[in-house]
Write a protein that binds this ligand. Structure first.
Ligand SMILES: [Zn+2]
Length: 335
């Protein structure tokens, strides 16, 4: 079935096509190269995402992204450094650089980013989080909850302060949780929060994807890739097409974090059970979600285009022609 879709919009992408947006030697040409490669997966707009790091590491990437005039670059998603220091909740973020939330620190980072930070993911339980959320909202920057082990009360406070998104719901939380109440149920049940999901087959089991989308509703679900440099590479493996390269060829970075691409496409911190971004592409996220939920493609595609755009108060860019093969459950983007 031939489809004309609004351009896809990825709210969370750490790198693509061998290029790491968190690298200190990032250049404008490299970002453009990554954006052009993402275009082949249907993405016409995105938020390059900078994760927890020291200001000195953050600044070079932020400066390059800030100066970039490219229609696909819609702003910066700053994920951390105001996140949980706990193992599990912290995910692949560096413990050494996790810090309390601070309006001054944010102002310094926003300044070096030329005002282009439009989304900040933080944990409600870190000191200063509520004040910063109120500050962000007043400045027109979206506040998202993620990498958190917050209590129900802290999540309620963050929502009242103006947080509007649960970042990669079901990931970036403690490995072990009480059955209820817990951070996942609280974020899922908070009607004021959109939820972003990483539907790569590794971050969330099928029944979880299905249940989360039913609970949030189609109009408050956002598909993201959380992709890192391994995504979109020739070496970028998929479940259907495992990567046979050597283990050295499967090493990538997100800033100063070393990650390993598994033969099945799973990206993890070497020697740990922790996921570290993904090698997912947004067209595959749509196809995976259709397969896992049984929802029609026209209900799922907006979760990766118009819904994230509207969440940010933005629009999508351009149109993408694609073929949907319902028997194979595959979406093929026409270049
Ligand atoms: Zn994350």
């Amino acid at each position: 079935m031939r489809l004309m879709l609004p351009g896809l919009f990825d709210l969370q992408v750490n790198g693509f096509g061998g290029i790491d947006f968190n690298a200190t030697d990032l250049t404008a040409d490299r970002v453009v190269e990554a954006l052009e490669l993402m275009r082949r997966t249907g993405v016409t707009r995105c938020l390059p995402t900078l994760i927890t790091s020291s200001f000195d590491r953050f600044a070079p990437s932020a400066r390059v992204l800030a100066r970039l005039a490219h229609p696909a670059m819609a702003g910066i998603h700053m994920e951390g450094p105001y996140v949980s220091p706990e193992d599990g909740a912290r995910g692949a973020h560096s413990r050494a650089h996790v810090q309390p939330a601070s309006i001054d620190d944010f102002a310094r980072r926003q300044d070096v980013a030329g005002g282009r930070i439009v989304l900040v993911t933080l944990a409600p339980e870190v000191p200063g989080a509520m004040t910063l959320i109120e500050h962000l909202v007043a400045a027109g920057v979206r506040a998202a909850i993620g990498h958190t082990a917050a209590t129900p009360e802290q999540i309620g406070d963050a929502v009242r302060a103006g947080a509007t998104l649960a970042t990669h719901l079901g990931n970036g939380c403690p490995q072990m949780l009480p059955r209820h109440p817990n951070v996942i149920w609280e974020l899922l049940g908070a009607d004021a929060l959109f939820a972003s999901l990483i539907v790569d087959g590794f971050h969330l089991p099928p029944a979880t994807v299905k249940s989360m989308i039913r609970a949030k509703g189609h109009d408050r679900t956002i598909l993201v890739t959380d992709a890192m440099a391994a995504a979109g590479c020739d070496a970028g493996a998929t479940l259907e097409r495992p990567f046979a390269g050597s283990s050295a060829e499967r090493r990538y970075t997100i800033g100063d974090v070393e990650c390993e691409l598994g033969a099945d496409g799973r990206v993890s911190l070497p020697g740990t059970p922790y996921l570290a971004g993904s090698s997912l592409t947004l067209d595959r996220a749509i196809a995976n979600t259709v397969r896992l939920t049984g929802l029609p493609i026209d209900a799922v595609a907006p979760m990766a285009s118009t819904i994230p755009a509207a969440y940010l108060g933005m629009t999508t860019v351009g149109t993408v022609t694609a073929d949907w093969d319902s028997d194979a459950g595959e979406l093929r983007i026409t270049p």
